[in-house]
Design a binder for this molecule. Structure first.
Ligand code: ATP
Ligand code: MG
Length: 408
């Protein structure tokens, strides 16, 4: 039996690659203008990094990691890239540079999840991380970067949801209040939520299980849970974020139930959602993670960032057609054809020729499928040192020299 790609993975085919290049180019342009530098970290890291960095109460660490042992070392395919970027940031002493340190990345991530539309086991993220700035202007800049990037892709009807999770102090009180409200319904919640109840009750608000969602709705639980009560510092920070967003003309919706799936967030969290994605509706998720650098062994360092799912983004934008090459050399003299192709390629053109010296009609048929123009190099052309250039979109033909082509 023929071998297929593993479940939850997808080939990105030549017919699709132009969209990917386009997305990556726009990302790079937008981030570079804001002085973010690209970083590429390994696809696998010590398992420990994710257990400490992502958090051992998260679905990612508990259920979704691809972990393997090599020479007694436990390694894991990265399920996300913030932990890896923080590891590299510390390993290379970026924390000794004057802040901010602004980094971006792109690449594959791996999570053992149930594959469905918009959810794969190998998927791709583009993300940014900004270190060293406590002020809410950093949060606003990150959110602006995300919206600029999305606008660059022609996506203008997405909704930015924001919330503040406060600090450990404000969160503690909220957790207690939450637990009290949920306690009578605990038996009706899914297994995950029952274990979250003790370890990380906030995450119950982020549950995607139907049963839990129904139970919350039927008992109007969300109405009885008011939002988190922020301490003065966190509340000021959140207000400042909103005024920066207003000043930048970025529209947002406040969602007091937005908690996000990772443990490391503090203060600001946000998601960007589309109404055209069905149930996997988030294209971007991020927030502030002031404790993570310290958790991973560095000095206390405020930080904020986000990650976008490239497959979900891609499904929202029109597919670009594969662009045609510049020239197809039509000839029955293979040596001359190869030489001409090489000369043209040196001048920067994309060029193909026929490896089998088939009949001109066959070659032209192929040419019109893949190239903008055909260069006919027959006996007469070779003898008299000219080229016949045929425009394949309107079938017009011109006699030209090589120099004419370069000049054109
Ligand atoms: P979700 O709630 O959809 O599982 P998440 O909170 O786990 O998302 P993050 O870890 O914040 O997602 O990742 C940021 C973005 O990466 C998501 O908004 C989504 O667009 C994308 N993403 C996450 N997991 C997957 C996946 N398994 N397949 C495809 N895209 C994904
Ligand atoms: Mg998830």
């Amino acid at each position: 039996m023929a071998i297929k790609a593993p479940k939850g993975t997808k080939d990105i085919l030549p017919s699709e690659i132009e969209n990917w290049h386009n997305i990556e180019k726009i990302a790079s342009d937008v981030f570079t203008k804001a002085n973010f530098k690209e970083i590429r970290t390994p696809i696998f890291e010590d398992t420990d990094l994710f257990e400490r960095g992502v958090g051992d109460t998260t679905d990612i660490v508990n259920k979704e990691m691809y972990t393997f042992i090599k020479s007694d070392r436990s390694l894991t395919l990265r399920p996300e890239n913030t932990a890896g970027v923080v590891r590299a940031y510390l390993e290379h002493g970026f924390h000794r540079e004057s802040p901010p340190v602004k980094l971006w990345y792109k690449g594959p991530m791996f999570r053992y999840e149930r594959p469905q539309a918009g959810r794969q086991r190998q998927f791709h993220q583009i993300g940014v991380e900004m270190f060293g700035i406590q002020d809410a202007s950093a949060d606003a800049e990150c959110i602006m970067l995300a919206t600029e990037f999305l606008h660059g892709l022609g996506l203008n009807d997405l909704v930015v949801e924001i919330n503040s999770l406060g600090c450990n102090v404000c969160r503690q009180e909220y957790k207690e209040q939450l637990k009290k409200t949920i306690a009578p319904f605990l038996d009706g919640l899914c297994e995950d939520c029952r274990s979250r109840y003790e370890k990380n009750p906030l995450r119950i608000l982020d549950c995607k299980n139907e049963t839990c969602n129904k139970l919350f709705e039927e008992n109007n639980l969300k109405e009885s849970i008011s939002g988190i009560k922020l301490c003065d510092e966190c509340s000021t920070h959140y207000m400042q974020l909103k005024s920066y967003l207003d000043a930048l003309n970025i529209k947002y919706v406040e969602n007091t139930f937005l908690v996000r799936g990772l443990d490391y967030y503090t203060k600001t969290v946000f998601e960007i959602k589309s109404n055209n994605l069905g149930s996997q509706n988030a294209v971007c998720g991020g927030g502030r993670y002031d404790g993570l650098v310290e958790t991973l062994g560095g000095p206390h360092t405020p930080a904020v960032g986000w990650a976008m799912g490239v497959e979900r983004l891609n499904s929202l934008i029109p597919q670009l057609e594969t662009s045609k090459i510049d020239y197809f050399v039509v000839s029955d003299n293979k040596v001359e054809a190869v030489k001409l192709a090489a000369k043209l390629r040196k001048e920067g053109f994309s060029v193909e020729f026929d490896y089998n010296s088939r009949k001109f009609a066959k070659q032209l048929e192929k040419a019109s499928k893949i190239a903008n123009k055909a260069i006919i190099l027959g006996e007469d052309e070779i003898q008299n040192n000219y080229l016949t250039v045929k425009n394949l979109s309107d079938s017009t033909q011109l006699k030209m020299t090589f120099e004419d082509i370069i000049k054109e």
